[in-house]
Design a protein. Sequence first.
Lengths: 463, 69
Amino acid sequence: MQPYELSLAAAAREIRERRLSPVELVDSVLDRIEQVEPHVAAYVAVSADHARRTAREAEREAAQGSYRGPLHGIPVGIKDVIDVVGVSTTASSRTRAGHRAASDSTVAASLRAAGAILIGKTHTHEFAYGLTTPQTNNAWDRGRIAGGSSGGSAVAVASGAATFALGTDTGGSIRVPATLNGVVGLKPTYGLVPRHGVTSLSWSLDHVGPITRTVDDAALVLTAIAGHDPRDPASVAVPGVDYRPGPEPDLTGVRVGVPRTYYFEHVDADVAASVRHAIAQLEALGARLIDIGIPMTRYIQAVQWGLMVPEATAYHQATLRAVPELYQADVRILLEAGELMGAGDHLRAQRARTLMRDAWARILEEVDVIAAPAVPMAAVPSGQETVTWPDGTVESVSDAYVRLSSPANITGVPALSVPVGRDTAGMPIGMQLLGRPFAERTLLRVGHAYERTQPARSLAPVT
Amino acid sequence: MSSAELTPSEAARWAARAGLPLPDDRHVAVAVTANHIHSVVAALRELDFGDTPPAGAFRAQEGKHDAAV
């Protein structure tokens, strides 16, 4: 096994035991990037020299007995909407030409302090406003979409071009690409991970979180990046926690809500079968399954759009007037049309959000987690714009990928996506676990317990 | 087209009122997209909100979200 193939937890163990040096790991990942990048285009920019220099410092620290923790010497890909000092935050947009970040975002600073090594900035759908990331190819089939908007991060992790990555999630942008590429994605509770220094898509819906090979890895990253920063007005002070799940896969007493509405409607048959099979595994581990209804489903898309559309347009106010022609067509039209939404519609979305949060809180008193499909279908071929369901309903691909993700953005509850199978074309399928606000430990415990019942997943064999 | 939908010229006028003058070749596309967005968010008018306040993150004191008074 080559070092680039190691999970974060496995690489950390090797580095701690001095069986692997950060230099060897970084060199291995950089070699892998050279091998796969022509096929997948996950990165906007790779910082090879900087990464090698930092790896040598990490190696010296380790040799002196100074070990910063499990991220010491671990290569990370960072979505290119997240500031890293001295590096351009392009947001994969021509409007950001010449940009240089003056300081680290809070999460980049946290990762740096924990010893992680920035290996490069990963592609995003332009300004995180889309679900495909067209610059990047799926790690398992380059003719299919990467998913988005954190497509570069998910593809890098799935193909061995980063040991872990950071993404952002406003309507599914961590969980969708993670699922479509067969890796783990965690959208934490709104306010748990600070967003200072992260380019906003929609202030009231944006989250930052990890994309990793395993649930255990996601817990290690969350432990490093969670925390209070008053420069993010949504940031919440919660006690520092070690999120890493225990080794015991026993779920006795855990109440798992299985939605009878919404999450299994207009879902590909392979996806539904794989997720129900995974839920049966949770039951076999001791969990109690409870049938639940999802509230206010008629209004989910309306709330998501009523919040996101005017907020995104507001963020881009100046640039949209100065250089509109530099945006991609799909993003430009949404920003322009967003100018036409009335304040009444935006406020109704905010008030409906309050109702939805309260209704979800009542459900989450009855169950500890909700288990559901992460997305309705696996990665579609690049260029496919709509999906037709068996009842004749036609849905845009973007709407379909957002549909099962956005409830967690609206309500702010944490959501973890975990690979649970393949469809008939061999493309990855994911299960989504949702929980009470700040109950990430419960989600990670359940996700990890499931993962331990399955054989270890391999990297995408990109050639 | 329902009476609530914007024509291309109305979309251009609304955008101009918002401070975004649109070139002529944008009017149709912006009207179509704006009307689609409107058709989605209009569903919220069915809800009885009562005294429900909007969700928001405003606090009077910057950076003291967990401070004991």
